[in-house]
Ligand binder design. Structure first.
Ligand code: HEM
Length: 100
């Protein structure tokens, strides 16, 4: 099992707008080989930023890497980052191999 998380720092007060971007997205994950699950997670907020993470579970690192090079990934990101005022900088990608 392999987990890919992308952390986003969102401007305070813009949380609902960020969630709306994800709710309204056209998802291309269903049917991707090795894709297991997706969640959008909301974490703690401070005066500076509210933390979110996109969390995906994959059968293997290879399945994840194949997706990042796929047409499904490219299509899912056609509109990503368009609403620049939501983001306090670029997202931070974190990759995890399940060890137990
Ligand atoms: C390798 C790095 C990345 C990973 C693993 C990743 C992960 C994901 C996943 C799993 C989805 C949902 C795809 C679907 O439902 O078909 C998605 C969509 C999205 N990603 Fe990424 N992403 C990456 C890079 C980025 C970057 C650089 C941004 C810059 C802002 C970004 C912003 C977004 C947004 C806003 C959406 C929602 C799509 C929309 O706007 O309609 N992602 N991403």
């Amino acid at each position: 099992m392999f987990i890919a998380m992308n952390r986003f720092r969102i401007a305070p007060g813009r949380e609902a707008d960020f969630i709306a971007v994800w709710r309204q997205r056209e998802s291309h994950l269903d049917g991707v080989p090795g894709f297991e699950s997706f969640h959008l997670l909301q974490g703690p907020g401070t005066a500076e930023a509210t933390l979110f993470a996109s969390h995906t579970v994959w059968a293997s690192r290879q399945a994840f890497e194949d997706w990042t090079r796929s047409e499904a990934f490219r299509r899912a990101h056609g509109q990503a980052g368009v609403q620049r005022d939501l983001y306090l900088g670029p997202p931070q990608l974190e990759l995890f191999d399940a060890v137990l």
